[in-house]
Design a binder for this molecule. Structure first.
Ligand code: AMP
Length: 410
């Protein structure tokens, strides 16, 4: 699926492109069409799945389609100021070419900040992202007007309930029009979330993006390299050890074919396997691999799910997979049953943002190994540096000087 399937306004596409997003994540594929249809949503998804864009993009799209003067159209309630700021930054990136205005309203800060929030709320900033306590403080005065509001979004609702915000949320909701679309996201779905959902949502579409956790027994290691260092390093990793059973994963058929060819040249017992081969050839290759007549398979994600081959000693991710779920499936090929396994990932500069997203999903960083001196100097691991156009991450404002944006900014 592509973002173009959603038929967004061209200026919204510009923002998506500027953010470096190429294709929608699974939660975006499921949530965006349902939100565009006007349905309420209850989404089970954690940070790292792309849930923020899953609700911001359709909301921005609908705001552009039905502009109203000086009215707050969407209220996003979140548990912490950090999350409020983070969502507002994504909002800024996506809406940059659309002039949809937004503001993050959160606790702390000085009187000046409060006054600025007050002004923004009085003037009807279109998307307001707030923490509950701070919004209650504003609602206690009469300048907040949510009469034109169409969307209520509760993000990380489970955390908000854990932090004791139930009453505050319900109090805020009393200030909203009854006719509105409601979107609720939570990483877990305890009973109290179901209770909140019953009170707030109307016939919601349920979306669940279950993220499996990798088996603990897999030792995960990563090398941070330049793209040109990948081939010599992988050759070294494979030649130096007398491995009987290794799968090297590539993200495309082309790179699997090329790598298979290169590794054959250095005398390794290797075969590439991907969807260009017919079923019979693929089965023959797998049989040879099981019988140890082949030691190394260079595969696409075709092989990351479902197949059950015992005692794979090593998994190498030659390319960082597109999704966290693919990473977990790939490394799950090793350490099956009682055996222990190793998974090594090679991360190029352009892939650092993608890999840090996977680490967010794993909820822990993967150990970075030193690239041996013989391969020359390697880059640092600094995913923030590579975010921006084409790198699947945050947007660099300085690239877009000259385009004027309206509305409130911090
Ligand atoms: P979230 O789960 O919304 O916190 O998003 C986690 C990270 O993934 C953020 O840095 C987003 O910018 C990034 N992200 C979300 N959707 C996509 C996508 N379709 N393509 C690339 N990066 C994405």
């Amino acid at each position: 699926m592509n973002f173009s399937d959603f038929k967004f306004h061209p200026e919204l596409y510009e923002g998506i492109e500027a953010m470096g997003f190429e294709s929608p994540t699974p939660i975006q594929e499921q949530a965006i069409p349902a939100i565009l249809e006007g349905r309420d949503i209850i989404g089970s998804a954690q940070t790292g799945t792309g849930k923020t864009a899953a609700f911001l993009l359709p909301v921005i799209q609908n705001i552009i389609s039905s502009r109203k003067e000086n009215q707050t159209r969407a209220l996003v309630i979140v548990p912490t100021r950090e999350l409020a700021i983070q969502i507002d930054q994504q909002m800024e990136g996506f809406s940059y070419f659309t002039s949809v205005s937004s503001i993050a309203v959160y606790g702390g800060g000085d009187g000046q900040l409060f006054a600025r929030e007050k002004k923004a709320l009085t003037e009807g900033t279109e998307v307001v992202i707030c923490t509950p306590g701070r919004m209650i403080a504003h609602l206690n005065s009469s300048y907040v007007n949510f009469d034109g509001l169409n969307y209520l979004i509760l993000d990380e609702a489970d955390r908000m309930l854990d932090m004791g915000f139930f009453d505050d949320i319900m109090k805020i909701i009393q200030h909203l029009p009854k006719e509105r679309q409601n979107l609720l996201f939570a990483a877990t779905m305890p009973d109290k979330i179901r209770t909140l959902a019953k009170k707030v949502l109307r016939k919601p579409v349920e979306i669940s993006i279950a993220i499996s956790k990798p088996v603990e027994k897999v030792l995960q290691v990563a090398y941070v390299v330049y793209e040109t260092q990948k081939l010599p390093l992988v050759t070294h990793l494979l030649k130096d050890r007398d491995m009987k059973s290794v799968i090297v994963f590539c993200s495309t058929k082309l790179s699997a074919k090329q790598l298979g060819r290169q590794l054959k040249k250095v005398g390794l017992l290797v075969q590439d396997i991907h969807s260009d081969l017919d079923q019979k050839s693929r089965e023959d290759i797998l049989l040879q691999f099981r019988n140890r007549k082949l030691n190394i398979l260079v595969a696409t994600d075709l092989l990351s799910r479902g197949i059950d081959i015992d005692n794979i000693e090593l998994i190498i991710n030659y390319d960082v997979p597109q999704e966290g779920e693919d990473y977990i499936h790939r490394i799950g090929r090793t350490a099956r049953a009682e055996s222990e396994g190793v998974a090594i990932t090679l991360i190029s500069e352009q892939e650092q943002g993608k890999f840090s997203r996977i680490e967010t999903l794993l909820e822990k960083p993967v150990m970075k190994a030193m690239v041996p001196d013989e391969f020359g100097e390697a880059p640092e691991y600094n995913p923030g540096k590579y975010r921006g156009r084409g790198y699947g991450g945050q947007y660099k404002r300085k690239n877009y000087k000259g385009k004027k944006r309206q509305g409130y900014r911090k």
